[in-house]
Write a protein that binds this ligand. Structure first.
Ligand SMILES: *Cc1c(COP(=O)(O)O)cnc(C)c1O
Length: 395
């Protein structure tokens, strides 16, 4: 059996393979340079063009671009009318921003558990957590697989709640044939460089609700309305601030990059799905490695490829396996630490043990590299390193 790199052996590959990275080509660069030479650096024609393209991709009626995925979640919480004392149900196993957006609005995140096989939020746990103060549900499409949206929509309708979908992992995914972005009341996306398409920093909100869409356009621009008729009547300087908004605008420079990137989404999704299929096939032979279950009625976008380790079978902690894979130059990561384990949330007195499936899953999770520009050699290296490490510890 080959000696592990962590024990002084030769690593599977010479250079570190990151868990995710952007692909920027000459076309992207030229698109950005064109904007730099134009009259508009921030809010210009590229904003509406990018939003229209995003609506086409996601089947949405409206897309509102903002400066990050976190700003998109904040806008969604605002759009859902979350205010002081309102409870919002959030899965425990996600990025902190999925819950922070509730705090921004003065609301209270109520953490619920995920399902052991998909790590998506458990609809039964959601229903059990509803009180007379509940106003919304945040569903996260974990790893890019859509959550149980029909069940969650039925619950949200029955109780008069907003369904906010954090689809930061899931642009291009489909649920029962419908594109993600066209299913929930409000869907948020991120265009951070580790996500499917990038604008540097950026985020999008999609909705079918005309009134909310208008309020979100105000929200991202200080709550200012720009009504041309009012200007004509009262003077060219006139504007009114009608909501407490923010400067969450996404500049034209970034939108031009996003437009150019979005044209490549289909081949990139195909590549991500092909890499995930290679991993699935390879790990079916390793009993100590369990990939996520995928429902046949939805097609994931595969933002990340997490595996769950059988730590008892390996006789090792996750930290040891993680360090061994890093030593082989595989840039593994972990998604996610349960949100309420973070010190800030511990201060808010969420008890440990609140969401046992999320907590247990976290202890055995490792995210493997997955991005569209991975070569076949990169994929083989990941499979070889996981096999090497797992077999060494299983022996
Ligand atoms: C990336 C991400 C966000 C935040 O997006 P930013 O653009 O980095 O602000 C929110 N939720 C989830 C699940 C994410 O993965």
């Amino acid at each position: 059996m080959p000696k592990l790199a962590i024990d002084g052996g030769t690593p599977v590959r010479a250079g570190m393979l990151p868990y995710g990275r952007q692909a920027v080509d000459q076309e992207d660069i030229e698109a950005v340079v064109d904007v730099l030479r134009s009259d508009w650096l921030t809010t210009g024609p590229k904003v509406a063009e990018f939003e229209t393209a995003w609506s086409r991709t996601t089947g949405a009626r409206h897309t509102i671009s903002v400066s990050s995925g976190t700003a998109a979640l904040h806008a969604a919480a605002f759009g859902a009318g979350i205010g002081r004392g309102d409870e919002v149900i959030v899965p425990a196993l996600t990025f902190a921003a999925s819950a922070n957006c509730v705090l921004y609005q003065g609301g209270k995140p109520v953490f619920v558990d995920v399902q052991a096989d998909t790590l998506n939020v458990d609809p039964a746990a959601v229903e059990a957590a509803i009180t007379h103060r509940t106003r919304a549900i945040v569903a996260v499409d974990y790893a890019g697989q859509p959550a149980d949206l029909d069940e969650l929509r039925a619950i949200s309708k029955r109780h008069g709640l907003w369904l906010i979908e954090d689809a930061a992992h899931a642009v291009g995914a489909t649920y029962k044939g419908r594109a993600i972005g066209s299913v929930s009341d409000l869907t948020t996306f991120s265009t951070h460089p580790v996500k499917h398409v990038t604008t540097g920093e950026g985020g999008m909100i999609t909705t079918a609700d005309d009134t909310v869409a208008q309020r979100l356009r105000w929200f991202r621009n200080h709550g200012i309305t720009t009504d041309h008729r009012q200007r004509a009547e009262k003077g060219g300087w006139f504007y009114e601030m009608v909501e407490l908004g923010y400067n969450y605008r996404l500049p034209d420079i970034n939108c031009a990059l996003g437009l150019s990137q979005l044209r490549k989404l289909e081949p990139w999704l195909a590549r991500r799905r092909a890499v995930a299929a290679c991993y699935d096939a390879a790990f079916a032979r390793l009993p100590a490695v369990r990939p996520l279950a995928v429902h046949p009625d939805r097609e994931p976008a595969w933002h990340i490829y997490p595996i769950l380790l059988d730590l008892e079978g390996l006789g090792q902690g996750r930290a040891q396996v993680f360090a061994a894979l890093r030593a082989e130059n595989i840039g593994v990561n972990v998604h996610y630490i349960p949100i309420y384990w973070h010190p800030y949330y511990q201060e808010l007195a969420y008890p440990r043990g609140l969401c046992p499936v999320a907590e247990r899953s976290y202890e055995r999770l490792i995210t493997l590299p997955l991005f569209a520009s991975m070569t076949d050699q990169d994929v083989n290296d990941v499979v070889a390193a996981v096999t090497k490490v797992v077999e060494a510890y299983s022996a």
